[in-house]
Design a protein around this ligand. Structure first.
Ligand SMILES: Cc1cc2nc3c(=O)[nH]c(=O)nc-3n(C[C@H](O)[C@H](O)[C@H](O)COP(=O)(O)OP(=O)(O)OC[C@H]3O[C@@H](n4cnc5c(N)ncnc54)[C@H](O)[C@@H]3O)c2cc1C
Length: 392
């Protein structure tokens, strides 16, 4: 049978954003029966990412939540701050569960074509765009892509280019060690010689947890360095020596923390989504919730007969905050840790999450900033003024 080459919509990349957009399209009255092509180099669900996010309202995939924590902890300069969340809950979802469920759903749809192929490039057009893959060329009026870095990215203004890089071990101990309802967001009380470094601990049961050794810095470490960071922490914090626990799974990741703006469009009629669409919040790396919000916005615009919006992931105000924080993380790592400590010491955790989600109003933000050491922020404003004054 000859392969179909024209579609109503093409989605390139079947990760968090591609599958999210698929889900919203297939739940839309206008698009549920459209001919949609989904392309990825592999359509095999893999347990390689644990996505965490917080939410106080109903969310579409909540049956996929793997674990929820009601309390969070942050440690810095030998002080530990723990708080029970009142408005939000902190959840995690495993990429394997998300992908498997979405693909099962897609396989049941006769109007959806799934293609395992390498995406090579996109070609613009006035009415339709083209995707070039290792298994042929396909066209559609709209293509949404999360597979390739947009060509315009290298031309965006950028002063800070950091990475959030980490290795995590999902360990299983013989004896109960963890509080299952409390996640450690950041424990900075570890050696800091390679940049801002912290441990992130997500307990799934009293004996199992994901322990991530994480850095905000410009340089990736060797596997041995991340592993040593985890081992030392397990020993120091939980008294676990090598061999006294099992490592059930390893996870590694690099998330961009950059102050440049990502171009909305790859080329005419090809919209960037997900990480390559600039959906990552530069100062924290959180992307997952923003991805679903973006998918909803895209589908709403299409349903109304409009072009998908090239809306910015963050407003000007929040871009300026992110820029200041990135400047401090890159240039004043010790001060950054003091800022995190003061932030969590002097503000309710719910309010901090609301701020990180960019849902606070200016009055609440002034209160948050007035709880922090202000001289570093004046310095950051001075150093980033060329960006602040030109629209960030
Ligand atoms: C290990 C890890 C943990 C993370 N944890 C969190 C978290 O806790 N919370 C949070 O908010 N964010 C987190 N993030 C950041 C972000 O949410 C994820 O990276 C998320 O997966 C981004 O979605 P995406 O669709 O942009 O990219 P992806 O999910 O990576 O999807 C891109 C897809 O494109 C495919 N692809 C790429 N190139 C090609 C090509 N040339 N041809 C064909 N297919 C191609 C890939 O196979 C992949 O399936 C994490 C990131 C990583 C790496």
């Amino acid at each position: 049978m000859e392969q179909q080459s024209q579609f109503d919509i093409i989605i390139a990349g079947a990760g968090a954003s591609g599958l999210s957009l698929m889900w919203f399209l297939l739940h839309s009255v206008k698009y549920k029966d459209s001919r949609i092509l989904l392309v990825d180099r592999t359509l095999e669900p893999v347990n390689d990412k644990t996505w965490c996010f917080w939410d106080k309202s109903d969310m579409p995939f909540k049956d996929l939540i793997y674990h929820t924590w009601h309390s969070l902890e942050v440690a810095a300069h030998d002080k530990i701050f723990t708080e029970e969340l009142l408005q939000y809950k902190y959840h995690c979802m495993r990429s394997v569960d998300y992908t498997a469920k979405m693909l099962r759903f897609l396989e049941s749809k006769p109007n959806v074509t799934l293609l395992e192929a390498n995406v090579q490039e996109f070609n613009p057009g006035d009415e339709i765009a083209e995707i070039v893959t290792s298994k042929g060329k396909f066209t559609a009026p709209w293509i949404f892509q999360s597979a390739l870095k947009p060509p315009g990215l290298s031309r965006s203004k950028m002063d800070v280019s950091l990475m959030q890089h980490f290795m995590g071990w999902e360990i299983e101990a013989e004896n109960p060690l963890f509080e299952t309802d409390k996640a450690t967001l950041m424990d900075f009380d570890v050696p800091q010689q390679n940049g801002v470094t912290f441990l992130y601990v997500l307990p799934f049961s009293e004996t199992t947890a994901l322990i991530e050794y994480t850095l905000f810095s410009g340089k990736i470490l060797t596997d041995e360095q991340y592993e040593k960071g985890i081992r030392d922490y397990l020993l120091e914090k939980y008294g676990l020596v090598d061999g006294s626990y099992k490592i059930n799974r390893k996870e590694k990741g690099i998330i961009p923390m950059e102050d440049r703006e990502y171009p909305a469009w790859y080329c005419n009629r090809v919209l960037n989504i997900g990480t390559v669409g600039g959906l990552t919040k530069p100062s924290t790396g959180y992307t997952f919730t923003r991805i679903h919000r973006h998918s909803e916005e895209i589908v709403q615009a299409l349903e109304q007969g409009n072009r998908p919006p090239d809306s910015k992931a963050s407003s000007y105000r929040f871009r300026v905050y992110d820029m200041m924080l990135l400047y401090l993380l890159e240039n004043h790592s010790a001060t950054s840790i003091t800022i995190f400590r003061e932030l969590f010491k002097r503000n309710r955790f719910d309010r901090i999450l609301q701020f990180l989600e960019e849902k606070t109003h200016p009055g609440q933000e002034i209160k948050i900033f007035s709880s922090l050491p202000y001289i570093p922020f004046f310095k950051a404003i001075w150093k980033t003024k060329h960006r602040i004054l030109t629209g960030a």
